[in-house]
Design a protein around this ligand. Structure first.
Ligand SMILES: [Zn+2]
Length: 452
């Protein structure tokens, strides 16, 4: 075994024992996530068949055991299918926020170098104030718990809507994917700080409108800092008493296409909500896209080291497969040159798993723009899964920077040659047609749900 691997496993074991003794912000409060359990399985069992048969949310592994989040109602069936597991929910509970606070003071808050909602808000405001000729802060909407969804616009004349392509860099759809907040934020900061000294940055900021939306799910993120580190969804109180809608299953394009790529069950980790854009957080993103001329987008997530492009809902190529593939490969090449890390590229449905109602399918489906999901490091659960360290932030940002700059430059070059005026017309027509279809499907889904 390599030395680095031993160290990684040791770190995970230390974190797990810290969680056991309540030193780490893990909790699964009985009334809020009562239908979920954390189970651990010996990694020598055939977990692939297990994952094909049951809806499991893989959390982390120490090499010997794999930890999954699963709905309690499946426990009997998993046992009947011959799998041996232990229930580990208790070790993900902490003994209250109080014990966590003192050690966190002065170290950037409970989540260390990662941004809480408040820290992000203050940093975005300070960037907008420091660079008034290059940046302006917008709030296209608010979360369920009334936090702002921030969108920092970076361009020359940021107060004007110029005839320039927009590029959207989004993060934090999923609460526990803290690194996905940092990457778009740092890219935005880089553009502002280097405008006056780098010709390349100046040219690109002058010819584009870059939208940085680092925290699509602020309520979930705060919950993952204060209560349950591995929380994923937003904080919607669902009809059955469970919490959360998966925001990256709540967009309208082919919403609820099937029950594999998203779930009609409120307690599921991939619950798609009661209708497309039922959540104010996704509605804010929709509003931004409807009012701006966005020509390309990257939605950052973690983990897996992947660059994914549509479709996610169906394993079929889009009309633009060749273009999307070549952009993804170009970005992966640029990324690997920085720290040597390899990001695989591919169609979302083939490379990861089926998803319906996600951001990238919607952005491509309605606006016909290149839209990518980038799954940031680590590459797998053994390397830490969702749990990046603080020292990961800088290198992961550094390796993603050239890929983002490349996509912005591509958007600028193709915008001029394509002419942008056709976009708004096309998308309104598409969206109208599609919403009628989706409404029918939502009606049907609800009828089905009542009989469950
Ligand atoms: Zn994610």
């Amino acid at each position: 075994m390599k030395k680095t691997k031993i160290i990684q496993i040791l770190i995970i074991l230390i974190l797990l024992s810290a969680a056991l003794y309540g030193l780490w912000p893990f909790s699964l409060s009985e009334n809020e996530t009562g239908s979920l359990e954390v189970i651990a399985l010996d990694s020598r069992q055939d977990l692939r068949t297990l994952r094909l048969n049951f809806p499991l949310d893989p959390l982390l592994t120490d090499g010997l055991k794999v930890y999954f989040l699963v709905e309690r109602k499946y426990l009997d069936s998993i046992q009947e299918a011959g799998y041996v597991f232990t229930i580990e929910t208790g070790c993900f509970q902490h003994k209250g926020e109080k014990s966590l606070r003192p050690q966190a003071e002065g170290t950037g808050g409970l989540n260390g170098a990662y941004h809480s909602y408040r820290e992000l808000a203050s940093e975005l405001k300070s960037l907008a104030t420091s660079y008034p000729t290059l940046a302006r802060l917008y709030v296209p909407g608010q979360s369920l718990e009334n936090r702002n969804i921030y969108a920092l616009k970076i361009s020359d004349n940021p107060g004007l809507s110029e005839d320039e392509p927009g590029i959207a860099l989004l993060g934090g759809h999923h609460a526990r994917e803290w690194i996905s907040v940092e990457v778009p934020l740092l890219i935005g900061r880089y553009l502002l700080e280097n405008y006056s000294r780098e010709d390349r940055v100046r040219a690109l900021v002058n010819s584009a409108e870059v939208w940085i939306i680092p925290m699509v799910n602020p309520d979930g993120l705060e919950y993952s800092i204060l209560n349950y580190r591995l929380w994923r969804k937003n904080r919607r109180l669902n009809q059955d008493g469970s919490y959360g809608v998966d925001l990256n299953r709540n967009y309208s394009y082919e919403w609820a296409y099937d029950d594999i790529g998203s779930s009609p069950e409120p307690s599921s980790a991939v619950f798609r909500g009661t209708g497309p854009f039922s959540e104010p957080e996704t509605e804010a993103i929709r509003k931004l896209f409807q009012n701006q001329r966005i020509s390309a987008a990257i939605s950052y997530h973690s983990f897996s080291q992947l660059i994914l492009y549509p479709w996610g809902y169906l394993d079929q190529p889009t009309e633009d497969e060749a273009l999307l593939q070549s952009l993804a490969q170009e970005m992966a090449g640029l990324i690997s040159q920085v720290n040597g890390r390899v990001y695989q590229t591919g169609r979302a449905a083939t490379s990861l798993y089926l998803t319906n109602g996600d951001f990238a399918d919607w952005a491509y489906g309605f606006f016909r723009i290149p839209a990518f999901t980038i799954e940031l490091p680590p590459v797998d659960l053994v390397q830490g899964g969702f749990l990046n360290s603080e020292s990961d932030i800088e290198p992961i940002f550094r390796e993603n920077l050239p890929a983002a700059l490349y996509l912005i430059e591509w958007a600028i070059a193709s915008y001029v040659s394509k002419g942008a005026r056709a976009f708004p017309l096309l998308r309104r027509e598409l969206e109208k047609k599609h919403e009628i279809m989706i409404k029918d499907r939502a009606g049907a889904a609800f009828k089905g749900k009542e009989s469950r």
